[in-house]
Design a protein around this ligand. Structure first.
Ligand code: GNR
Ligand code: NI
Length: 168
């Protein structure tokens, strides 16, 4: 088991587009375990492999109160089920300390594979729908700050860059 370091905005590696998973082997399952450990430790409700500098289409999620409903999301495909959108305040482990409203479709269908390569489909709304879309964005090199105005995004970038300089 291992805690993995989480990349932070504006690290250019967060802009990498992740590759589909083709081999569902023990190495993949170990990576999934380490991602859950890292996510629960952070703590966060979701983690995309991109955030730990592993550029494969792997996501871990647990939006449950008791942190006992782990969801493994590999090679996800998502489709909105309605034109309705929802505004929710989002945060991100890769943008620590900043929370802003983001608008997204509020009901989605997810088709994905688990750590054994078995395909499943689920429908999601509310926080789970937001989390799934936020994590898939990571796999495509996208961050929630990309939905904000350039002014807000640049302010966040400057503050984090300053923090990173102080950390070194
Ligand atoms: O822990 C997280 N909380 C959260 C809250 C609102 C919308 C999205 C999220 S995901 C975030 C963890 C994270 O950064 N995942 O990529
Ligand atoms: Ni995030």
């Amino acid at each position: 088991m291992a805690l993995l370091p989480i990349l932070e905005f504006p690290d250019p590696r967060l802009r990498t587009v992740a590759e589909p998973v083709t081999e569902f082997n023990d190495e993949l399952r170990q990576l999934v375990k380490d991602m859950f450990e890292t996510m629960y430790d952070a703590p966060g409700i979701g983690l995309a492999a991109t955030q730990i500098n592993a550029h494969q289409r792997i996501i871990t999620i647990d939006v449950s109160e008791d942190k006992d409903q782990p969801l493994v999301v590999i090679n996800p495909q998502v489709e909105p089920l309605t034109d309705e959108t929802e505004k929710m305040q989002e945060g991100c482990l890769s943008v620590p300390g900043f929370y802003e409203d983001v608008v997204r479709p509020n009901r989605i269908r997810l088709t994905a594979q688990n750590e054994k390569g078995e395909e499943y489909t689920l429908e999601a709304d509310d926080l789970l729908a937001v989390c799934i879309q936020h994590e898939i964005d990571h796999l495509d090199g996208k961050l929630f700050v990309d939905y904000l105005s350039p002014l807000k995004r640049n302010r966040i970038r400057s503050k984090l860059e300053k923090l990173h300089r102080q950390r070194v």
